[in-house]
Design a protein. Structure first.
Length: 191
């Protein structure tokens, strides 16, 4: 009789051990650890793909000539040097025979309205709160000059390597032939 109870007892003991210790341990902490390991493995794979893509882009950038990179940086820089931009516009205006004044730089906020942004030397504060890689700001200014001179100034702005949009223009009438132009120019840069 005893020889029959030992295997049945061992079976009941092994079943109890499995149900009370092994299964809860395996489905609890061990399963959580396996899930963490899987997520870390996926993160490592993503980091490896990122490193490979970064190496490809670095190689592609190395194949671009220095002159082309300079032109690209002029076209869409990483920031706005508001002083240099105003100096460039003023030089363009002087070549065209137009006088610029009343510069005011405004940054676009989330609601689309403008709010004056304090400038940091060479840069402006935060740009548009959006998912696009390009930010913009509005530069309002006044110009005075003859109509042909102002057209030459606008042609220079249009042919500028830097993308600028004239988004608002107001012309004040004049009897002398020298008009006053109030305009808003939108400037773009990468952030």
């Amino acid at each position: 009789m005893m020889s029959r109870l030992v295997p049945i007892g061992a079976l009941i003991l092994s079943l109890a051990l499995f149900l009370l210790y092994i299964k809860p341990t395996y489905t609890g902490p061990i399963q959580e650890t396996k899930t963490k390991i899987d997520s870390y493995t996926a993160a490592l794979a993503a980091a490896d793909r990122f490193s490979q893509k970064e190496a490809e882009l670095t190689q592609a950038r190395a194949n671009i000539s220095a002159d082309s990179l300079t032109r690209l940086n002029s076209f869409l820089p990483d920031g706005v040097d508001n002083v240099q931009l105003i100096l460039d516009l003023d030089a363009l205006a002087a070549r065209s025979g137009v006088t610029l004044s009343n510069f005011d730089i405004k940054n676009q906020d989330e609601g689309g309205t403008s709010a004056t942004t304090p400038s940091v030397p060479g840069q402006l504060g935060p740009g548009l709160a959006s998912n696009t890689p390009v930010d913009s700001l509005d530069l309002t200014l006044s110009a005075s000059g003859t109509y042909p001179a102002f057209r030459a100034f606008l042609a220079g702005v249009e042919q500028s390597l830097r993308p600028l949009d004239v988004v608002e223009l107001t012309v004040s009438e004049s009897t002398t032939g020298v008009y006053k132009y109030d305009m808003t120019i939108r400037i773009y840069w990468l952030h």
